[in-house]
Structures are given as C-alpha cells and as structure tokens.
Design a protein around this ligand. Structure first.
Ligand code: ATP
Length: 441
C-alpha cells in the first residue's frame, strides 16, 4: 500500500518533533535552557508513565519480585560502602585550545573532537556524584549525596523486605526512581543527562545459582522489549570485556539499541556477586545474612541486577516508532508506530460534523472510552487532517462518528498502521480498544 517507508534519519528530527508535538521540551527554555536538562510535555509524560507501568507490572506481577520506593537522599556512609565515594569517577580531559571538556575514555585518539587540537591536559579523575548539604550548616559534616543509582536503596533494605514480606531465595526487589550523575559530557538529547530516572531490579540468589539466573534474566529482559513492541533488529547483547567490568561485577552484559548515533547501551545486566551486601555489613557493623532453611546454613546472597534508564527507553521507543511513509504521489505521512500499550493517546474521537446530534453521541463515546484509556477529542479541520495529527502522536485508533452512527449505533474505527477502517458497534468499542492494547505481539 505504501510506496516508500523510512525510519528516523537523525536525532535532530526527533528533537524538533518532540517539541512540536508536546513530547519533550528543553528545561527552563525561556531562560536559554539548562544544559542536558529536559522536561516531558503532556504526551512525553504519558509515554514515560506507560513505559514505567509496563516495566513495573512486568516485574512486580511475578510471584518472586516485589516493589520498593526508597529515598533519594541516603546516609553518606552508604556511598563509602558501595565504593562510589572512591571509585565512581570518570577520567576528564580539557582541550587547551577550545576549552572543551571530554571523557578521556570516549576519545578515539588523543585529539579534541571539537576542534581537532592535540593539546589536551592529562586525564584527571572526576567524581560524578552531586553533593548537597542537609540542614542549615554547610560544612563537611552535613554533606549528603543525590543518589547516583537506585540500587543501594534496595541493598540496604534487603533485610526489611525479606523479613516483612517473608521471602525465600530467590526473590527480587524492583524500584523506579530518579538518579543523578554529574556527567562530564551529557548529550544526545535524553540519552545521557545529569538527572534521569532508572528502573532497577536486584534479584537475590543462592551463591552457585547466580550464573543460571544471570542467563535467565538476560532472556526475560529481551522478552520485555519484544512485548512492548521494540523492533528486535534494533536490539542486541553486548558483553563487557574483563577489563570493562565494574569493581563489583563478576559478569556484565549490556542490551544495546541501535540509536541514530549508533549502537549504545540501553540496559545493563550484572552479576554483582555478594559485593554490596557484604560491604554494607562491613560498614554498618550489622550482619546481613540469609538463613537457608533447606540447607540449614547462613550465607550472603548473590545479586543479579537489571538496570535500564527510563529516559533512554523513552528515546528508544520514540526512535523505534518514528516512520515516514509515502502514502500517495507526493504525499508523505509521519507516524509514530508505538505498541498500543505505550502510545500516550490510545483513541481519538472525531465527529464528522459539529452538528448537535453527532456531538452528543461523540461526547458520550469520549466519556465512556476515557474511563479506561487516554482519549482525545478533536472536531476541528478535515477528517484527513485529523487522522494525520493522530498519526503524528501515535494514536492507534481513530473513532469517527458520522450520520450513519445515529441510525446504526456503529462508528468507523480507523487503524493507525494499516489505515484500514472497520465499522464497530458503540457497545463493543471499549472492549475492542482495550483488547488491542493488552495484546502481546
Ligand atoms: P554509561 O556507560 O552509559 O555511562 P553505565 O554503564 O554507567 O552507563 P549503569 O550504571 O549500568 O550505566 O546504569 C544503568 C542504566 O541507567 C544505563 O543502562 C542507562 O540506561 C541509564 N543511565 C545511566 N547513566 C545515565 C545518564 N547519565 N542519563 C540517562 N540514563 C542513564
């Protein structure tokens, strides 16, 4: 049906579209913006919410995973124990010519990517944690950190969760929340920012079972991306080499997505061993152990971690959905082909005329659909233009109310991707839309 189809060519197209359509705006734009900070507009906020909900439900509706919502500010010793105070740093170099600042490990050679100069400073270690002060006195004793990862909130609550929820190994704790890293070179839109949201799950296992669950979680996590409609061709695993492993990890692998700037990390899957729980036991002076009733022994569990950036997944979902289709001679439509579960607006109610009897029916349909899904109402412009507006924000179903509706109590449902139209009885409409949203691919 389509003469030609093409995906996203460059990130800039997405940045402009995101602003125009209400997905993402630059933060504090009227003041000239704040580097690497972005605000989600009405559609972006809903998209992000849908992504978080898909992740949260996938995790916590398993029998072996529970949720948690820990505070951003934690006792400062947490970050000594975790190794962040000593090790959470990147090597930074400055270009003496143009003054640009770079991550030394991101440079392909010792050349400034900004101006081509070879006159760079020696790499210096730069700690990525944001510091602030708790209470009125700003001295060394009042320093607290904005958490650079959500994981530590899970580790320090291991015993609380295990005992209050009467959990036996293996079990996981899932959490969604903001993290902060004073990145040296943020960029690529919402790919790398200094304030971002993470969706992390720590799965506690008996030592010796860690390799098995590491492989298992890799599979489960890839399945998640398939279930939310991310194109498999744009996803791949990328194991870390031994020299790339973080200080706590026995094994690590990234799930990468093919962003317009190339393959880049979307999610990290790590075998963190018993490093974190042992460190917290050491620094807090409290034993953190699990009593295995079957084995009649105590031990420190191993941890398999899955960690994905919510904003990065929003970016991947936008890139993946973006399509330009030539639908006729000289006629191109832009359409965001989100899985219906992710689409910020699920249905649009479009009365063919502004005449009273039609509006009355359309209002009722809007009210009924809105009870279960995000619905827009649009009565302005030609029906063709209204369809295109919905295509551009990725609405999977357009519901047209016409004069026949008054007689036969049916509406025309037009599907975003195929543009096919079918008549559906008003009584069946909510059911029809909801079934499609829940459908797995
Ligand atoms: P990178 O190598 O890209 O700096 P990382 O390996 O340090 O990332 P992790 O600590 O494993 O990342 O964090 C888990 C996930 O959190 C990443 O896969 C990514 O999706 C997300 N994330 C990490 N840093 C940022 C950031 N600055 N902005 C947005 N998302 C981030």
């Amino acid at each position: 049906m389509f003469l030609e189809t093409q995906g996203l060519k460059d990130l800039q197209t997405l940045v402009s579209m995101s602003k125009q359509r209400g997905f993402v705006y630059q933060s504090s734009e009227i003041y000239g913006g704040l580097n690497s900070c972005w605000d989600y507009g009405p559609l972006g906020a809903q998209l992000k919410m849908n992504i978080k909900r898909a992740w949260w439900e996938t995790m916590t509706r398993r029998r072996d995973v529970v949720g948690l919502d820990a505070a951003i500010l934690m006792h400062p010793t947490v970050w000594k124990a975790s190794g962040h105070v000593d090790n959470f740093s990147d090597p930074m170099v400055d270009c003496r010519s143009c003054k640009a600042r770079h991550r030394a490990d991101h440079l392909e050679s010792n050349v400034c990517p900004n101006c081509g100069s070879k006159d760079l400073t020696e790499p210096r270690s730069f700690n990525l944690m944001f510091k602030t002060h708790m209470g009125p006195v700003e001295d060394e004793g009042s320093v607290v950190y904005m958490r650079p990862e959500t994981a530590q909130g899970i580790f320090v609550n291991f015993e609380n969760v295990q005992s209050s929820m009467r959990r036996k190994l293996p079990f996981g704790i899932a959490q969604i929340g903001k993290s902060f890293r004073n990145e040296i070179t943020p960029g690529n839109f919402i790919f790398r920012t200094r304030e971002f949201e993470q969706m992390e799950m720590q799965y506690f296992v008996t030592p010796g079972e860690d390799d098995k669950f590491y492989d298992q979680w890799k599979e489960w996590r890839m399945q998640f991306y398939r279930n939310i409609g991310i194109n498999e061709k744009n996803l791949r695993f990328k194991p870390h080499g031994l020299d790339e492993l973080a200080h706590y990890a026995k094994a690590a692998e990234d799930i990468q997505y093919l962003f317009p700037m190339g393959w880049s990390e979307l999610e990290g899957i790590h075998n963190r061993t018993n490093f974190d729980l042992s460190q917290h036991a050491k620094f807090s002076g409290k034993k953190i152990e699990y009593f295995d009733e079957a084995k009649k022994e105590k031990y420190v569990p191993y941890v398999i971690e899955t960690a994905v950036g919510c904003d990065r997944l929003v970016l991947a979902a936008l890139c993946d959905a973006y399509t330009e289709e030539q639908v006729g001679e000289g006629d191109t439509r832009t359409v965001l082909k989100f899985h219906p579960r992710l689409a910020p607006v699920k249905a649009a109610v479009l009365p063919l005329s502004k005449k009273e009897p039609l509006i009355e029916v359309a209002d009722k349909i809007f009210a009924t659909l809105s009870e279960s899904v995000e619905t827009q109402y649009d009565e302005s412009g030609s029906i063709g233009k209204r369809y295109r507006r919905q295509d551009e924000i990725g609405t999977p179903f357009c519901v047209t109310v016409d004069f026949d509706t008054l007689e036969d109590k049916q509406v025309t449902v037009r599907s975003r991707d195929s543009m096919a139209q079918e008549r559906i009885s008003i009584d069946q409409l909510s059911r029809y839309v909801n079934d499609k949203i829940l459908a797995k691919l």
